[in-house]
Design a protein around this ligand. Structure first.
Ligand code: GLC
Length: 479
């Protein structure tokens, strides 16, 4: 039986702020299922204040002790519960984790150093020595560094193999050398592991320490070896190219299932496509747009950050809204300038546009279910999950050919009666190309026969975890 421990800063449904949480919440059970009884998959994350009492009441406290980190000696509780056959551990320390947000605190470096040390240290305490430790993103990077630099000589830790997965290379965990010992408990002899570009770079350290490095799509695995995408880490990734691979994420097919989803107005599937219109009418009513199924509904569901391609949307959307009798729904929070832009856009097109400046998972599902055309023109996109969720709910994606968008959405074309592709795509980071492909999607949508054929094709494209979970198992086995 293979024993696998995933380490990460967030996991659905306990606490999440983005795609990492989706993956950490669905990949473990998918690996467990793919291994068909031959894997014991466990996950460790912090016990954040945001984790509800309902979950806490299902946890058992299995250990508590004092954990040293440099000159500190901190309380460390280990709580645990089992969900879908996966054991989850939660590291408890209220000073570090009982806060209003998951990240963005002045002492994030210290908080995640404590988390990583606890995640590795607890293995001896609970007597679980995995074959594989699989750490995700910079917040978990120190776990692999500590394993190599501090725990290898300890019995049980000698033969553990390691994987580091990059979900987004933009966030690397960079710190000043002043805190190398004081916060990270690393000595001068460890310095070369984390040193990069004149500062501590935790992600670089994990890349160097891990036996394998993966990222969340094959295309992104290539892209991050070039300077345009790597935010400075491309030389390190080129040096380590031999252990780098890309495995496309999947989405949770139970949670995202239009045939069963209790959150949406009316369930629908490929054989009951016309019921999708009831969702459109319900959403139009909910957010006060004209209730009419004939008007195409376009949506953007995204963190309002520039790498999501918001500049392209802001450049072309006035023209789009003026030219077409279409509705646009924007859901998301982020950079102030974009929030203000969409609020202003709504004022200019009160019967066509709704700017919903919030993060709301349930509302996002109602929008996916109502949407006809989904825009995701990211400048860079490690994998992207929204285009997969949109597809599952029968919305036609319009995407830029980058990262996981390139790997998951292929451009539509006709060959006699046959159709190819599962969306509309464009190559250059250009608002003209986005506008042109959006128009193409809208004109296809206006042809009911073609629309039905394409939407069915999109909805049945397999974005489940099945294939990818097997690839993870193969990677573990290769180690
Ligand atoms: C990050 C990436 C996103 C990816 C997600 C899960 O949020 O930006 O593209 O889908 O991680 O891997």
């Amino acid at each position: 039986m293979k024993k696998i421990l995933l380490i990460g800063a967030e996991a659905m449904p306990f606490a999440a702020t983005g795609g990492l949480g989706d993956v950490m919440g669905s990949l473990p059970a998918a690996i467990q299922a793919a291994a068909d009884g031959d894997a014991d998959v466990r996950v460790v994350m912090p016990l954040y204040g945001a984790i509800t009492d309902t979950w806490r009441s299902q946890m058992t406290k299995i250990a508590e002790y004092m954990l040293p980190l440099s000159w500190r000696n901190q309380y460390c509780g280990i709580h645990s519960l089992i969900k879908d056959g996966v054991t989850y551990y939660f590291i408890d320390n209220e000073y570090y984790f009982k806060r209003d947000t998951l990240y963005g605190c002045f002492d994030d470096g210290e908080r995640f150093a404590f988390f990583c040390k606890a995640a590795v240290d607890m293995l001896g305490i609970i007597g679980f020595y995995p074959d594989i430790i699989h750490a995700h993103d910079w917040q978990a990077a120190l776990s692999l560094i500590y394993l190599n630099q501090k725990y290898r000589q300890v019995q049980g830790y000698e033969y553990i193999k390691t994987v580091f997965t990059i979900h987004n290379i933009e966030y690397q965990g960079k710190y000043d050398f002043a805190i190398l010992h004081d916060v990270f408990e690393l000595g001068d002899w460890d310095r070369h592991i984390v040193e990069y570009d004149g500062c501590i770079n935790l992600m670089k350290g994990a890349i160097v320490c891990a036996n394998k490095v993966s990222t969340v799509s094959p295309r992104y695995a290539q892209e991050i070896q070039s300077w345009e995408y790597a935010h400075g880490l491309d030389p390190i990734l080129r040096e380590n190219a031999g252990k780098l691979c890309g495995i496309l994420n999947g989405i949770d097919y139970v949670y995202y299932n239009p045939e069963r989803d209790p959150i949406i107005a009316k369930n629908f599937g490929v054989d009951t496509l016309s019921d999708k219109f009831d969702n459109k009418l319900a959403l139009q009513k909910e957010i006060g747009l004209p209730e009419n199924t004939e008007i195409p509904m376009i949506s953007v569901i995204s963190r309002l950050a520039s790498h999501k391609g918001l500049d392209l949307i802001t450049e072309m959307v006035y023209n789009l809204m003026s030219r077409y009798d279409a509705q646009l729904v924007v859901l998301g929070k982020g950079e102030q300038a974009y929030e203000a832009f969409f609020v202003e856009l709504q004022k200019n097109f009160p019967d066509q546009v709704r700017a919903l400046i919030t993060y709301d998972r349930d509302l996002s599902k109602r929008i996916y279910a109502a949407t006809d055309v989904f825009l995701m023109p990211s400048k860079s996109e490690p994998c992207g999950l929204s285009q997969m969720i949109a597809s599952r709910y029968g919305a036609i994606p319009v995407t830029r050919e980058t990262g996981g968008l390139y790997d998951s959405i292929k451009g539509y074309w006709e060959e006699g009666d046959k159709i190819h592709g599962n969306g509309f795509t464009f190559a250059n980071y250009s608002s003209a190309e986005l506008a042109e492909r959006t128009s193409a999607a809208l004109s296809l949508w206006n042809d009911p026969k073609k629309r039905e054929a394409l939407v069915k094709r999109i909805m049945t494209t397999d974005f489940s975890w099945r294939a990818s979970a097997f690839q993870y198992l193969e990677m573990y086995a290769s180690l």
